[in-house]
Ligand binder design. Structure first.
Ligand SMILES: [Zn+2]
Length: 169
């Protein structure tokens, strides 16, 4: 059953809540957003491909030359690490994704925030990514244990989150 689930079902935006990474199988929609009526917990355990790229802006195609750029590293859903550079002023946060217009063609692409290696680009004017309530809970819990100085072994999930949100308290 798990195998079939992975092989079938087209990736799409959920028709109800617009979350990327929903799947449709035999006309039935399953969604990864826990607040959605199509929510299926199994889906949250599957790696999700990047949303389809949009077409380059007409004006920018081939000559996209933003004043401020930002570079970052990212692990795609096949586990490959890649470096990207994009327009620092184009960064937006949409739910679970950071979207940015990339060099060289100005195509906007969305990146799942948990797959950034190191810091994710920050939207202009500033709000750095904040942990989700669940991530905040993990951070809080394990930070207390870490700071208790009792030499507990810390889970990788916590160490990753700490790297991602270095200044979050
Ligand atoms: Zn949905």
């Amino acid at each position: 059953m798990g195998f079939l689930d992975k092989q079938f079902g087209k990736w799409k935006y959920c028709p109800e809540c617009r979350t990327w990474g929903a799947r449709s199988l035999f006309g039935k929609t399953r969604c990864r957003n826990s607040g959605c009526s199509h929510f299926d917990v199994q889906l949250t355990m599957e790696p999700v491909p990047e949303p389809p790229l949009r077409k380059p802006l007409k004006n920018h195609a081939g000559s996209f030359n933003p004043a401020n750029t930002v570079s970052f590293r990212y692990r795609n859903f096949q586990g490959e690490e890649r470096s990207y550079t994009g327009d620092a002023n184009s960064v937006r946060i949409r739910g679970d994704h950071v979207s940015i217009r990339l060099l060289p063609a100005g195509v906007r692409a969305a990146f799942r925030r948990k797959h950034f290696i190191g810091a994710a680009p920050v939207p202009p004017g500033g709000n750095a990514l904040k942990p989700t309530p669940q991530e905040a809970q993990i951070l809080g819990y394990w930070r207390r244990r870490e700071e208790s100085g009792r030499g507990v072994s810390l889970p990788e999930r916590y160490l990753d989150l700490k790297k991602k949100f270095p200044s979050w308290r």
